[in-house]
Design a protein around this ligand. Structure first.
Ligand code: FES
Length: 233
């Protein structure tokens, strides 16, 4: 698929992240968990590597994405590549859906609320509420909010779990889940630097999985949970 362009029509703050709204047609939107390699139109010399933008929750006026560089402003023209990688897919049969924002803002998980509610699932968001008070305004009251510290007690409730976490915290998640067989399906968005987004196979984004080494930029960034936890590494 070819590259495309979009205008940055709005900038907003989500917790500690700077986010923006793009006037991109709905047919070109990434799924939650996929990313858009992006450069501002006149930045290719001073900023040769793309910024990888993830879909987040935000105003309904367009596609909300994050994280936005500090110097990008409303009206800027952006060059975008098509959605990259695998996104989250909630199994149709899941009726008890958990969203686990593991020591990060839940922004990238919140676009899953609509599809989960559309299939009549009950939703629980595991989050540290002290850090992200303003983000809670985006969350409908039907979503139960549970402190991160209570996550381990709720594992047996889950049909499906979607996780967002930095790659370096994967071992911490494995420690919480333990080495018992999971009784629910799950996916995890692993976030790390992805400077070449798979073009140059630079290896910066490598992760060891149950099936050997993989590139997060191409084989993820969303992986089946069972493939990446408890991998000695
Ligand atoms: S970012 Fe270069 S291989 Fe993934």
């Amino acid at each position: 698929m070819a590259a495309t362009t979009a205008k940055l029509i709005e900038v907003f703050q989500s917790g500690q992240e700077r986010s923006g709204v793009l006037d991109l047609p709905g047919s070109q939107w990434p799924q939650a968990g996929q990313y858009l390699p992006c450069q501002r139109d006149d930045d290719s010399i001073i900023q040769p590597l793309p910024i990888n933008l993830f879909r987040v929750i935000g105003p309904e006026s367009g596609l909300s994405v994050s994280p936005l560089p500090e110097n990008w402003l409303p009206g800027d023209q952006l060059n975008l590549l098509p959605p990259h990688g695998n996104g989250f897919i909630i199994p149709e049969s899941a009726r008890r859906v958990g969203l686990l924002a593991f020591e990060v803002p839940p922004l990238r998980l919140l676009p899953l609320i609509k599809p989960a509610l559309a299939q009549n699932a009950s939703l629980t968001l595991f989050i540290d509420p002290h850090k992200d008070k303003d983000i809670l305004n985006w969350i409908p009251s039907i979503v139960e909010i549970v402190p991160l510290s209570a996550f381990a007690e709720n594992l047996s409730w889950l049909d499906y779990l979607a996780v967002d976490l930095p790659l370096e915290r994967l071992n911490a998640l494995s420690a919480i889940l333990g080495d018992t067989k999971l009784t629910f399906s799950g996916q995890v968005l692993l976030r790390t630097a992805m400077p070449c987004h798979g073009v140059g196979e630079c290896g910066v984004c490598s992760v060891k999985t149950q099936h050997g080494w993989r590139f997060i930029c191409k084989d993820g960034p969303v992986f089946p949970l069972a493939e990446v936890i408890n991998v000695a590494g």
